[in-house]
Design a protein. Structure first.
Length: 183
């Protein structure tokens, strides 16, 4: 992914996931806004003054982590929101097992209190150990992976939502559904 496309992905993440209010964007209950509004607001900033809808569509089409989704003339971030309010997601039955990457120092607290969304709306989970490890590296070089009994948590009433191809979202997960992965 080119430097401009990476920068655009970061700008769109900031706009849709964290600070739509600073750009004057309005998100609906599911997190959607118009592509035209996003382009117009980003274009007010010098770096993006020549931004086009086509460039936004191209960035979304070539994203590796599926952070965004386009439906017609609308765009939304699929996960990672820290904005006030709650982005509605459709509940879905998760795979039997999911994974969560975190820092070594956080493991004891997580195993004691469970996984909590913290400053986000949902707990973020990965479909495989390697993806979870990559996510954990963003927090600490000393990464640990937790195995989540997603089927058990789902059966007990924990809400799960498909965030993207390799990302699942969940409400808080109690410690009884978590296990430290020593592999």
């Amino acid at each position: 992914m080119g430097t401009r496309r990476i920068g655009l992905s970061k700008a769109v993440s900031w706009a849709l996931r964290h600070r739509p209010d600073q750009l004057g964007l309005e998100l609906d209950a599911a997190g959607w806004t118009s592509i035209d509004a996003l382009v117009a607001e980003l274009a007010r900033h010098h770096r993006w003054r020549d931004l086009t809808r086509a460039e936004v569509r191209e960035m979304v089409a070539h994203q590796t982590k599926q952070r965004f989704e386009i439906d017609g003339d609308r765009i939304r971030a699929l996960y990672g929101h820290s904005v006030a309010g709650h982005i509605d997601k459709e509940p879905a039955e998760p795979p039997t097992v999911l994974y969560h990457g975190t820092s070594a120092q956080a493991v004891a607290d997580i195993l004691r209190h469970g996984l909590r969304p913290m400053r986000r709306h949902y707990v973020h989970l990965s479909t495989d150990r390697d993806s979870a490890r990559q996510v954990g590296w963003r927090k600490s070089p000393d990464v640990r992976v937790l195995v989540v009994d997603a089927a058990g948590a789902y059966a007990a009433g924990v809400g799960f939502y498909l965030g993207a191809e390799q990302v699942w979202l969940a409400d808080a997960i109690p410690p009884r559904f978590l296990e430290f992965d020593e592999s």
